[in-house]
Design a protein around this ligand. Structure first.
Ligand code: WTA
Length: 662
């Protein structure tokens, strides 16, 4: 292993990063390759020669109650079936088999609470509690195929809840804790959830926010929702509705401790997870059991070079996003990993809390988003420098393109210059990592996710779908992969139309633009649809617009993304008020609050610009391209197709005059 680099801060660090910007390629560090799980590049050819054989080999790492008869059925494209005829239980693969193999005492999660509480949860404990909750759900009449909603903060119960659902074959529908109760209602309604598992209150930066009463306000009218399970977390007094609401601790304590894990078909739904698309209605991404678990387990093992006996792994995402599903829960547990789980924000109680946790638990592999790295950069290298981070050996990023400066900071300050960085590209839809370096063999270039994972076939194509060897175009995926979404929940037509229509039913349209360089490396450039990526979280412009327009004073709104140093992109809203004219700052705040209540705080516009009218084509379509030009302070593009060019001139003038606050 290379020497640990001296910690640097301030101008010295700036100079070093400046110098490092000239380095285009980073080879796997000395000593890493020799010890890596994958040290022979032949793995790529092997998978390419026989992709189904490669995936079958990966699937064999799981426990199957019944073997499959066919690896892939792609006859009915774009509806794929993987491991046809195979049967397994996802929960048993994550827990029972490890306990049976004598790993019951191994810590599954080192949980660390906001106020410094610590809980080490072993595989045996996790299994015992999961079985009880599974029984309690069965007792409440939940059966295989019924959707169960989960709206919980980052506490161990969220893992138990997901696994208990998986155990009984009830697909879970997790809603990110930062989303509003209104977003929960909508997702429960779309998926016809029969139960919802939530919490009395959540903690955020030393404050307590009541959750259960807020949920009560919106879920009352849901006809399918029969049970609300409430986790006692802060001990807040909350109203409980007789017959519908039950306390988590009480039903778990009363439940039978034995609960056999019934095997399900490989294509049995494991979960539905809503994500943003081009329209205001979120898309319910459906993942199934065998292929998904195969994909997350093998990518987790190979991309993070996992040594489950020694590594302490930390994916610092929220379980409410796909990153949490795949790389906090299913991938790590399938591989018997010891993980760290932190309840709070990265700057509470101090801006060094992450680094104190790395030191406390001896974290070896850290996986986070570029936006978090940029925030840490802003807080200064002094924070990580306060702690011994020498246990780290591998770093990962996900969720948005990483700018080279942040990459280098991560590499130098956090990784001490000795840790490879895996920049992993994937989506809620893909289920698992798709484009990424394998850390022992693939040289990295800051800002590039490098090359497709073995067995994955990705291409950059032009508008006609022809592959581009070198240059910029649309990212597509050619071949089915085991963790791919199977459909949009109860909306096969939209599934076909969104992903499989532009270039035929055998080419998956990703929705990202990408560049392929002279070495065949992929550089992801960003979305081509109306999706904004704020702090590595996907938001739909249409969804934010419809939230703004539902404010009583608003007549019309258009939302665009603008580059933001911290959050990657930030939301800018152009708002026309009822009766025209400009609003004041109080109204801006009111609209922001309104959006927070409808979707969640993350969707609040950073800027609100009043506009008497919005730029539209003659057919009435809002020209967001022009609004983006204005928001970014660029020269206006072609305005000749506008119905009324004066509209744009007025908006530009207003923005130039700085008539809105940040
Ligand atoms: C973006 C998150 C650049 C991309 C796992 C994609 C990335 C969307 C990267 C999916 C990366 C994700 N480099 N861009 N390494 N990873 N993206 O569904 O635009 O929340 O389409 O899944 O995030 O976001 P989602």
């Amino acid at each position: 292993m290379a020497d640990v680099a001296t910690p640097l801060a301030g101008t010295e660090l700036d100079h070093e990063l400046e110098r490092m910007l000239a380095i285009e390629r980073f080879d796997p560090p000395d000593g890493f390759r020799e010890k890596a799980l994958v040290s022979d590049p032949a793995v790529y050819e092997r998978a390419e020669r026989d992709p189904e054989g490669w995936w079958a080999e990966q699937a064999r790492a799981l426990d199957w109650a019944e073997p499959w008869t066919q690896v892939l059925d792609w006859e009915n494209a774009p509806f794929a079936k993987w491991f046809v005829g195979g049967r397994l239980n996802a929960c048993a693969n994550c827990l029972d088999r490890h306990v049976e193999a004598g790993l019951g005492d191994r810590v599954a999660y080192h949980w660390y609470g906001e106020e410094g509480e610590q809980r080490d949860i072993s595989y045996a404990e996790l299994l015992a509690e999961t079985k009880r909750l599974a029984n309690a759900l069965l007792d409440r009449g939940i059966k295989a195929g019924d959707v169960v909603g989960i709206y919980l903060p980052m506490i161990p119960e969220v893992i138990v809840a997901m696994l208990a659902c998986a155990r009984i074959g009830a697909p879970h529908n997790v809603v990110f804790g930062g989303f509003s109760p209104e977003a929960v209602r909508e997702r429960m309604e779309f998926s016809e959830a029969r139960a919802l598992i939530t919490v009395d209150a959540a903690r955020r930066k030393g404050k307590t926010a009541a959750i259960k009463p807020a949920v009560d306000e919106v879920v009352g009218g849901l006809e399918h929702l029969e049970t609300v399970v409430v986790v006692r977390h802060t001990g807040e007094q909350v109203p409980m509705q007789d017959g519908r609401d039950v306390w988590y601790d009480e039903i778990v304590a009363a439940a039978d401790p034995e609960c056999p894990a019934e095997p399900f078909d490989a294509e049995h739904p494991l979960y539905v997870l809503y994500t943003s698309g081009s329209t205001a209605k979120p898309k319910g991404i459906l993942h199934t059991t065998g292929g998904y678990l195969t994909g997350v387990a093998c990518t987790h093992r190979l991309v993070f070079d996992l040594d489950a006996d020694h590594d302490v792994y930390w994916c610092a995402a929220d379980v409410g996003w796909v990153t949490g599903h795949s790389y906090i829960v299913y991938g790590p547990l399938a591989n018997a990993t010891t993980s760290v789980m932190y309840e709070g924000a990265p700057d509470y109680p101090g801006k060094d809390v992450w680094w104190s946790l790395v030191e406390r638990y001896g974290v070896t592999v850290l996986y986070t988003a570029p936006t978090a790295i940029r925030a840490c950069m802003k807080w200064g290298a002094e924070e990580p420098n306060k702690h011994d981070l020498s246990s780290l050996r591998l770093l990962g990023t996900v969720g948005e393109p990483i700018n080279p400066k942040a990459w280098l900071w991560y590499h130098r300050v956090v990784g001490g210059g000795r840790c490879p960085i895996v920049d992993t590209w994937w989506q809620t839809e893909t289920g698992h990592i798709m484009i990424t370096p394998l850390p022992g063999i693939v040289p990295t270039k800051p800002g590039s996710a490098t090359r497709p994972f073995p067995g994955i076939s990705a291409d950059v194509v032009n508008a006609d779908g022809e592959p581009i060897d070198e240059g910029t175009g649309l990212l597509v995926l050619r071949r089915p992969w085991p963790g791919m979404l199977r459909t949009l929940y109860r909306d096969d037509e939209r599934f076909k139309e969104v992903y499989w229509s532009r270039f035929g039913e055998r080419t998956y349209l990703v929705g990202d633009a990408a560049r392929k360089d002279e070495d065949g490396y992929f550089w992801i450039l960003g979305r081509i649809d109306d999706v904004i990526n704020v702090s590595a979280h996907r938001l739909s412009t249409a969804e934010v617009e419809s939230a703004i327009v539902s404010h009583e004073r608003v007549a019309e709104a258009a939302v665009v993304g603008q580059p933001d140093e911290l959050t990657g992109q930030a939301i800018v809203a152009f708002v026309t008020l009822v009766g025209g004219g400009d609003g004041d700052d109080a109204l801006r705040e009111d609209i922001r609050g309104h959006v927070a209540a409808r979707i969640g705080k993350i969707a609040r516009p950073k800027r609100i610009i009043w506009a008497d009218d919005l730029p539209k084509t003659r057919s009435g379509k809002i020209m967001r391209r022009l609004l983006r030009d204005v928001a970014e302070g660029r020269e206006l593009g072609d305005v000749t197709t506008l119905r009324d060019p004066v509209v744009m001139a007025e908006i530009s003038e207003k923005v130039a005059a700085g008539e809105e606050e940040e």
